[in-house]
Design a protein around this ligand. Structure first.
Ligand code: NIG
Ligand code: FE
Length: 403
């Protein structure tokens, strides 16, 4: 019996990222058949029953799932090079935020920017990630804060996928900072988020997740609770920036709402980790922000590992705390700064990153999953983590099409 498919990739070693007992879910001497944008079958090179007009010789290189950058803020106006200089002169990130700069500075620039300007700058940043093998990016709003600009940001984020071979997951982050027009009554802003934005975002399907910044310079746990309740009422996934600069017990709160991820977590108390394990919440580590803000408090990686909480890695690409458009650089930082093994890092940008976005069809090379694949000319997958900026995929397929 012959089985017709759209593409066959022969002669590859696969880091499938399946949990099959082999490091990296390795499958040797394999071929992959693709049909209708999905992995149709993974079979032994000696098998001859699969037919396709398009065959690709993988030359014994490594085939990996496309990387997933599960936490970015890459749609924004302007930049914050001026703050970078202030920080070099000794001002802290928190001080700059308290003086009306920081996120609020980017909010001003994003409100002023046209949709076209936002889109073209976002495409440039996303393209940097795509070049490095990223095939799925999460993009947050949160630099508009008013209804009009938040919707504008989410629409722009979605348009990125019409311009690049990448899928986009959008997240509404109205609770990023209290906008200046609500400074004297932040609870009213929280009410506005819950009553006037979340319902519109849900109805127009502009985002699948709701995020918050639970921090002294962001929102209190009580305010975040209200937002999580509204998100749940509209069947949106919950995510949260927590324990980045202090321990407000945001992770525990998010877990109570079945959060799909808690992000940053440098100040997470190891005692709160079993709660994350129970709720199936992914710990998203963001070494770029840790590096860029010269932080010293590291996330409790050993305790996360011991409790088998899945760890994901992301760029956090944003204009203030992580202006880093390179997943490969971030992958190295996760090992050097946080002590993750190369294998943990690669699960962190594939299977665990998919879980952090509630995507069950991405993050592995596996029958039935999306055929978002990258071929790497390396002798071992650890090479992608060990060096910085040494590799680019030698071939790529997005939704089964070579790109
Ligand atoms: O993930 N922590 C809050 N949000 C971003 C920073 C955003 C900014 O500074 O513009 C973060 O680090
Ligand atoms: Fe962030």
């Amino acid at each position: 019996m012959t089985r017709q498919c759209d593409v066959i990739i022969n002669n590859v070693r696969i880091a499938s990222m399946q949990k099959n007992g082999n490091a990296y879910g390795m499958l040797a001497d394999s071929s992959v058949a693709i049909k209708d944008g999905k992995v149709f079958s993974i079979f032994d090179d000696s098998e001859t029953s699969y037919q396709s007009d398009i065959r690709y010789d993988g030359e014994n290189k490594w085939l990996l799932p496309g990387f997933i950058d599960c936490h970015t803020h890459l749609v924004y106006g302007g930049n914050r090079a001026n703050e970078f200089e202030q920080r070099l002169q000794g001002k802290t990130y928190t001080e700059i935020a308290q003086q009306g700069g920081g996120i609020q500075g980017t909010v001003n620039a994003t409100r002023e920017a046209s949709e076209q300007t936002l889109l073209s700058s976002a495409i440039k940043r996303a393209a940097r990630l795509v070049e490095e093998g990223v095939t799925c990016i999460e993009v947050k709003s949160g630099y508009g804060l008013d209804l009009h600009t938040e919707l504008k940001m989410l629409k722009v984020a979605k348009q990125i996928s019409e311009n690049l071979p990448v899928s986009i997951v959008t997240t509404y982050l109205g609770a990023h900072t209290v906008p200046k027009e609500y400074r004297s009554n932040p609870d009213d802003y929280v009410q506005f988020i819950c009553d006037q934005v979340i319902p519109v975002v849900a109805k127009q399907r502009l985002a699948t997740c709701v995020d918050v910044f639970c921090e002294s310079i962001g929102f209190s746990p009580a305010q975040c609770r209200k937002i999580f309740e509204a998100a749940k009422a509209h069947a949106l996934n919950v995510k949260a920036h927590v324990e980045q600069l202090s321990d407000l017990k945001g992770a525990k709160l998010a877990a109570e709402f079945g959060a799909i991820s808690v992000d940053h977590i440098e100040y997470l108390d190891p005692k709160d980790i079993p709660v994350l394990q129970k709720s199936g919440t992914v710990a998203v580590l963001l070494p770029g922000a840790f590096y860029y803000l010269s932080e010293t408090q590291k996330p409790p990686v050993a305790a996360l590992r011991a409790n088998q909480v899945p760890m994901a890695i992301a760029t956090d690409l944003n204009p203030g705390s992580s202006p880093i458009a390179s997943i490969l650089t971030i992958m190295n930082m996760a090992s050097v700064l946080f002590g993750l093994t190369p294998e943990e890092v690669l699960y962190g940008v594939t299977l665990h990153a998919a879980k952090a976005l509630n995507l069950s069809n991405k993050g592995q090379v596996k029958t039935g999953m999306d055929a978002d694949l990258c071929l790497w000319d390396i002798a071992h997958p650890a090479e992608l983590v060990y060096g910085i900026n040494q590799h680019r995929p030698s071939a790529k397929w997005f939704a089964g099409k070579e790109c």
